[in-house]
Each structure stands twice: as structure tokens, then as C-alpha cells.
Ligand binder design. Structure first.
Ligand code: DGL
Length: 419
């Protein structure tokens, strides 16, 4: 009987790992079979046999939240540009670089695929994002290939970093791949400044389910970690019209539920917040305000249940700046910084549903219907039920445009120039 269970378990494990390998293997085989880059999810193989240094850097997210990472990269100044020596020199470290940004807005939120059993499809979406950046195809013309891929999405890093690295290796292309999660953990360690308390990781439900942050943090510090997964905050920040609750109320409710369970479990006092979702830096003040609100709340007995659980001053770690540093170190180490000043500006793309795709399910506002979005399975890396078009400021919902304009000035300027 024992042997039977062991056999069944082995079969389950074998099937599980084969299905996982299939997602990468089919993306690798598909792109290899189309070295002219002339079909969806392929790239021009010859592009990667030439000198890559003057190619742009690709950055992608499930939506516009990754613009917070792009902003951090554009603002990054921790080195002397000429010599590479440590220390700011007043010139941003990536001043000589050009960027291609992609937000897979039609398929977001990425954070909810794992909860509905669609992790395999999410991994395929993430590989498609990488292939879009590597390739030249876009819905309204052509785009340049990229020399580096920054996965500016925590959920995509959690589920796709290893896949993209494996695919890049299998294609034999010298493209640099950076994710935000290890960078965030590194930032936590480097900015601890003696802080020993608990770390609350605020992220999507999917990122929390993957345990990517607890694992990455455990590699750099023994501090206790507790996760707060929000199902709707990223989409609300993105301007999802189906979410009617104001952002401030979503945050307050999420933080309230998190603290209630932390207190019930006797969790360690929290002194640091990890902003483990690209969208959250845009509402960092509201997040701090929600923790302060609950810290001051009294229960029916006049007791303040969270006064000891939440430090009066919470430190926030934003992985974005650390991602910028990881990117700089990798490009510098590989001698892949640009040598020629870019003659064109940054490019921005966003996915939209393709109404001509057979069987596509759309709702009245033209977005993918929930059942359609979460009913898809992996196995068709070249599907084009969504297409990637240039992102201009007028494509951003009003509230999102306001946040980007007010909080991400370098990116906003670059987006405006991309009109
Ligand atoms: N950008 C994603 C992240 O950083 C969150 C948004 C989503 O769920 O798609 O995790």
C-alpha cells in the first residue's frame, strides 16, 4: 500500500514537472522555429548575433505599475558615469540608455491567476511578454529588439524569472534578465539600519502564494516575514472600472484584516513594509496612513490592539531602486552599457484585446470578460487574443494618468514625448 502511494506521488510529481517544463519548452521551440521573427512570440535571431550594446533596455509589467520601476531606473544615480566608480555624479546612471516599456494591461491582474488554477497560463503570458520585448513586431508597425529584460512586476518575477532565464539560455542569446524580488530583498538587507522587527510584504495574492518574498528575504536576513495579499488594489490603481471601492478604503480594509490575523497569531511587531507590488509605490502615503490609522484604533474595551504590533515609524522598502542597481551592475559587468547616445526617445506599449480573435469574450467596455480571461490554458504561445499597441498618455485612465504625472515625472515626460 505504502509503495502504491509512493508510486502515485512520484507520478503526480513527474506530471507536474513535465507540464511546467512544457511551458518553457514550447516557447523555446516556437521561437527557434521562426528565426525571422515574423510570427507572434518570435524574434529575429540575427539581431542577437550582432553588437547589442546600443539596443534599448526592455521593461515589462502586467500594467502601468511597472512605470514606477522605470522611473527608479531613470532616476538612478549611484555611480560616476565615466568611470563607474561608486558615488552619485549628478548624471543619472542610465542617461545614455533608451527604454522600451510594455504593460500587459489586457491580461492583468496577473496576481489572480494562481488562485483560479491558471499558473501555467500565467507563465506562458510572462514568456510572451519577454518575447514581445525581444522581437520587432507590434500591432502598429515595428519596434527595436532589447538587450536586457527587466521584469518590473513582482508577480511576473515570482512565476516567470526562472522561465525567462531558462529560455534565454536555450536560445543562446546574451540578454540580461533582472527581476524585482531578489532586488527588493537585497534592498531590505542594505537599508535595515539596525531594524530587527517583522517585515510585512504587501503584494498580490499570487505573489504571496508563490512565497517568493519570504524565500528571498530568508536568504539575506532572519527577520520574521508576514504577507498581505490584496486581490484588488493593483487593478484599482490601474483604473479598473469594475472596482467601485475607493483606493483608500481598499487599503484600509486590507491592512485591517492583515493586522487582525497577525494579532490573533501573536505575530512579531512590524517595523518595515516591503512594497512587493509595482503599483504600491504610487499609493505609498495611503499605505502608511492605513497602518497609522489602525495603530491608533481602540477596541470596545478601550484597548489599542495594534499599538504594539505596528511600529510608530514604519520603514518602506521599494524594490525599484534596487532593481535599477542590479540592472546597472549586470550591464556594467557584461560591458553592455550603450556606447552611442540614443537618437530616438523611449517607446511604450500596452496590450489591448483583439476583437477579431475567434471566440474572444469581451464585456461592454471592451475588456476581456472574467470567464474568458481566467478560462484560458497554456499551449498556444503564439495566440493573439490581445495585441500590443503604442501606449500614449491619453490611453491611461484619468486617475492613473494623474498618479503617473504627479509621482513619476521623468517617465511622464518620456511618455509625453512618445506621443
Ligand atoms: N504588477 C504586479 C506586481 O508587481 C501586480 C499587478 C497584477 O496583479 O497584475 O505584482
Amino acid at each position: 500500500m505504502k509503495a502504491f502511494f509512493r508510486f502515485t506521488l512520484l507520478c503526480v510529481l513527474a506530471v507536474g514537472s513535465r507540464a511546467e517544463d512544457d511551458v518553457v519548452a514550447s516557447a523555446v521551440a516556437h521561437a527557434k522555429a521562426h528565426p525571422q521573427g515574423d510570427v507572434p512570440s518570435s524574434f529575429v535571431a540575427a539581431d542577437y548575433r550582432a553588437d547589442l550594446r546600443d539596443l534599448p533596455i526592455g521593461v515589462f509589467d502586467s500594467g502601468v505599475g511597472g512605470l514606477t520601476v522605470l522611473e527608479a531606473i531613470k532616476a538612478h544615480d549611484r555611480h560616476h558615469n565615466g568611470t563607474g566608480a561608486a558615488g552619485a555624479d549628478g548624471v543619472p546612471d542610465f542617461a545614455g540608455e533608451r527604454f522600451v516599456y510594455f504593460g500587459d494591461q489586457a491580461n492583468m491582474p496577473y496576481g489572480n491567476y494562481s488562485a483560479v488554477g491558471r499558473t501555467g497560463f500565467l507563465r506562458e503570458l510572462i514568456l510572451r511578454d519577454a518575447l514581445f520585448l525581444l522581437g520587432r513586431r507590434q500591432a502598429n508597425g515595428v519596434k527595436p529588439p532589447v538587450k536586457a529584460i527587466v521584469i518590473a512586476c513582482n508577480t511576473a518575477t515570482a512565476y516567470g524569472l526562472e522561465d525567462i532565464r531558462a529560455a534565454v539560455k536555450a536560445w543562446g542569446i546574451p540578454v540580461i534578465v533582472i527581476g524585482v524580488v531578489e532586488a527588493g530583498a537585497q534592498g531590505l538587507a542594505e537599508t535595515a539600519d539596525g531594524a530587527q522587527g517583522g517585515v510585512a510584504v504587501l503584494a498580490t495574492v499570487g505573489t504571496c502564494a508563490s512565497n517568493a518574498y519570504p524565500k528571498a528575504i530568508a536568504k539575506v536576513t532572519g527577520r520574521p516575514v508576514r504577507q498581505l495579499g490584496s486581490a484588488s488594489l493593483a487593478a484599482a490603481i490601474e483604473g479598473d472600472p469594475s472596482i467601485k471601492t475607493p483606493i483608500r478604503d481598499i487599503i484600509r480594509a486590507d491592512v485591517g484584516a492583515f493586522l487582525k490575523s497577525a494579532e490573533a497569531d501573536g505575530a512579531a511587531p512590524i517595523d518595515t513594509l516591503m512594497l512587493g507590488c509595482t503599483h504600491y509605490p504610487l499609493v505609498a502615503d495611503e499605505i502608511a496612513a492605513a497602518f497609522a490609522y489602525w495603530r491608533g484604533q481602540s477596541d470596545a474595551d478601550g484597548r489599542k490592539p495594534y499599538a504594539q504590533l505596528v511600529a510608530p515609524q514604519l520603514k518602506q522598502v521599494n524594490p525599484a531602486a534596487w532593481t535599477a542597481e542590479a540592472l546597472w551592475r549586470s550591464l556594467q559587468g557584461a560591458k553592455m552599457m550603450a556606447v552611442t547616445k540614443p537618437t530616438a526617445g523611449d517607446l511604450f506599449f500596452i496590450s489591448i484585446p483583439n476583437p477579431n480573435w475567434k471566440g474572444i469574450g469581451l464585456v461592454a467596455d471592451g475588456t476581456l470578460a472574467y470567464e474568458y480571461k481566467y478560462g484560458r490554458v497554456e499551449g498556444q504561445v503564439d495566440r493573439e487574443d490581445t495585441i500590443n499597441v503604442p501606449l500614449t498618455t491619453d490611453r491611461l485612465p484619468g486617475a492613473t494618468a494623474g498618479l503617473v504625472r504627479d509621482k513619476l515625472p521623468l517617465t511622464w515626460r518620456s511618455l509625453q514625448a512618445a506621443r
